[in-house]
Design a protein around this ligand. Structure first.
Ligand SMILES: Cc1ncc(COP(=O)(O)O)c(C=O)c1O
Length: 460
C-alpha cells in the first residue's frame, strides 16, 4: 500500500546525528527546513512510520516534532498530521548548508545493501539476550575456526529446509561475509592444486581481485539469458551466481545446471555457488541450490548481508569433503564473526525469527519492485526493465541513444546515486547500456522520492 505522505512529494532523507536520538533527529529536521529541503507546506511522515524506519521509539519522533512545532518550524494540524510551517525562517544558503544538503539529500538506488532500517532490532536483541544468558564462560574463549557448533547446526537445518542444500553441520564454515569466504575457498583450492578460476563476465570486480590476490589465475565466462555459458568453461573452478546472476539477472537454466555439474565431475573441478540473494524470489518458489546436485563438487556460499545487514559480516560456506580441511586451515589463519553474534544468529534461526523476517521482507521488497516496475512503465516507457524476478535489484535497459555515464551524471545532479552496468563488467563481454537499480537500499520513507527521481532522469 502506498503511503499518502510518501507519494505526496515528501523529499525527506533524515540522518539523525550523534548518539542522543531525539536531539539528533530534531537537528536533522531543523537543518532540512532551514536549508529548504523540506519546503513550506510539505507534510511530514506520520511519527509511527518515521520511527519504524529510523529504529527509534515513536515517542522520540513525536517529541522531536513537538519541539519543532514549539519553535515554529513545523505546524501540527488536528487530525491531519504535521507540516512544515508557512512562516518557517527562510533558507539561507550558506556554504555550510550547501555541504550538508549534498551529503544528506543523497538517494541511493545502487545495489548492494538491503534497507538497513528494517534490521530486526528487537528480535536480534531478544536472541542476543537468550544467547548470552545461556552461554557458558567457556564458550566465550577462543573459538573453533569453523564457527560455533550451535550456529552450524542451526544453519544446516535452515539451509536444508529453505535452500535445499545437502548439508551436515561438520561441513559448515562460518565466516566474515562472502568476501572472506571467497578468500578461504581460494586458499583451499590452491592447496588442492587448483590454479585457475573462472568468474562470470559480469559481477563484482572485487571477487576477481580476491581470487587473484590468493594466487589464482582468473578468466571469465560470458553470460547470456540462461546464465553463465557453461559450455565455454575451462580450468579448475568457476564462481557462479546460479539463483540470480549478479547483476544481469538470469537464473542458471536447468540444462546448464546439469552441464555445470557434469563438467565439474569430469574434470575434478569445483563450482563456487554464490547464493547471495536466493531467499528473495518473487515470480515462483525460490530455486533450490545447485549444490544439492553435486555436494562434493560445489562449495555453497550464503550470507546475511542481504537478509539482515552487511555490517554483521556473517556468512557461511558448505564445503565438499575434499576442500574441508584446507579451508579450515585457511580459516585458522584469519578470524571470523564474534561468538556472541554467532550465538545470537543461532537463536534467531532456531526461534523462527529469521524465517519470519525473511518472509516479511520478501513481501516488502516485492512491493517495492512492483512500484518501481509500474512507475517506470508509466513515466519512462522507453526504458525496459529486466532481471526483476528475484533479489533486490533490477536491470533497467537504457533508451536508444542514452549512455550510462550521462544518465548516472544526471542522477547525481539530482542527488540520486546510481550504478551503470559497465561498472560490473569483469571480462571482455559487453552488454548494451543499462542501470543496475538496487531498490532495497532506501529506507521506506525515502523510497518514493528515490524512484520518482529515477523516473525523471530516465524520462529525460
Ligand atoms: C554477488 C554478491 N555476492 C556476495 C555478496 C555478499 O557479500 P558479503 O557477504 O561479503 O557482504 C553480495 C552482496 O552485495 C553480492 O552482490
Amino acid at each position: 500500500v502506498q503511503k499518502r505522505w510518501a507519494i505526496s512529494g515528501v523529499d525527506l532523507h533524515v540522518v539523525p546525528r550523534g548518539s542522543r536520538r531525539r536531539a539528533g533527529l530534531e537537528a536533522a529536521l531543523r537543518d532540512a527546513v532551514r536549508a529548504g529541503r523540506l519546503a513550506t507546506g510539505v507534510r511530514l511522515p506520520p511519527s509511527r512510520s518515521l520511527a519504524a524506519d529510523l529504529g527509534v521509539a515513536r515517542n522520540t519522533v513525536a517529541s522531536a516534532y513537538a519541539q519543532l512545532v514549539a519553535e515554529g518550524w513545523l505546524e501540527a494540524r488536528q487530525g491531519s498530521g504535521t507540516w512544515v510551517a508557512a512562516r518557517a525562517p527562510a533558507a539561507k544558503r550558506t556554504d555550510e548548508n550547501h555541504k550538508d544538503q549534498s551529503r544528506s539529500a543523497l538517494y541511493d538506488l545502487r545495489p548492494g545493501s538491503p534497507d538497513l532500517t528494517s534490521f530486526p532490532r528487537n528480535d536480534w536483541l531478544r536472541a542476543a539476550q537468550r544467547a548470552l544468558r545461556g552461554a557458558s564462560p567457556d564458550s566465550l574463549g577462543y573459538p573453533d575456526p569453523r564457527g560455533r557448533l550451535e550456529l552450524r547446526r542451526a544453519l544446516a537445518d535452515y539451509l536444508a529446509r529453505a535452500r535445499g542444500v545437502d548439508v551436515a553441520p561438520e561441513r559448515v564454515l562460518v565466516c566474515s561475509g562472502f568476501a572472506q569466504g571467497l578468500a578461504i575457498v581460494a586458499a583451499a583450492l590452491k592447496t588442492e592444486g587448483c590454479d585457475d578460476v573462472a568468474v562470470e563476465a559480469y559481477g563484482h570486480t572485487s571477487h576477481r581481485t580476491t581470487l587473484a590476490a590468493c594466487g589464482l589465475a582468473t578468466s571469465t565466462v560470458d553470460v547470456d539469458e540462461q546464465g553463465a555459458r557453461i559450455d565455454a568453461l575451462d580450468g579448475g573452478a568457476v564462481l557462479l551466481t546460479p539463483a540470480h546472476q549478479f547483476p544481469l539477472g538470469p537464473t542458471l537454466g536447468a540444462r546448464r545446471r546439469l552441464q555445470a555439474v557434469e563438467w565439474a565431475r569430469a574434470n575434478g573441478a569445483f563450482i563456487i555457488e554464490d547464493d547471495y540473494d536466493g531467499e528473495f524470489r518473487y515470480d515462483r518458489q525460490p530455486i533450490g541450490a545447485l549444490q544439492a546436485l553435486a555436494p562434493e563438487q560445489v562449495v555453497y556460499a550464503g550470507t546475511a548481508s542481504k537478509t539482515l545487514a552487511p555490517g554483521l559480516r556473517l556468512a557461511w560456506l558448505v564445503m565438499p569433503a575434499s576442500l574441508l580441511e584446507p579451508a579450515i586451515a585457511a580459516k585458522r589463519l584469519t578470524d571470523g564473526p564474534s561468538t556472541v553474534d554467532q550465538l545470537t544468529m543461532a537463536h534467531l534461526i532456531v526461534a523462527g525469527a529469521y524465517d519470519r523476517h525473511i518472509r516479511r521482507l520478501r513481501l516488502v521488497y516485492r512491493r517495492r519492485r512492483d512500484r518501481l516496475v509500474t512507475l517506470l512503465a508509466r513515466r519512462a516507457p522507453a526504458a525496459r526493465v529486466g532481471a526483476e524476478g528475484a533479489g533486490l535489484h533490477v536491470l533497467v535497459h537504457l533508451p536508444d541513444g542514452a549512455t550510462e555515464a550521462a544518465t548516472v551524471a544526471e542522477a547525481k545532479a539530482r542527488a540520486l546515486a546510481l550504478d551503470g552496468l559497465a561498472s560490473y563488467r569483469v571480462g571482455a563481454q559487453c552488454h548494451p547500456p543499462a542501470l543496475v537499480v538496487g531498490y532495497g537500499t532506501p529506507p521506506e520513507h525515502a523510497y518514493s522520492s528515490a524512484i520518482s527521481r529515477l523516473c525523471a532522469v530516465l524520462a529525460g
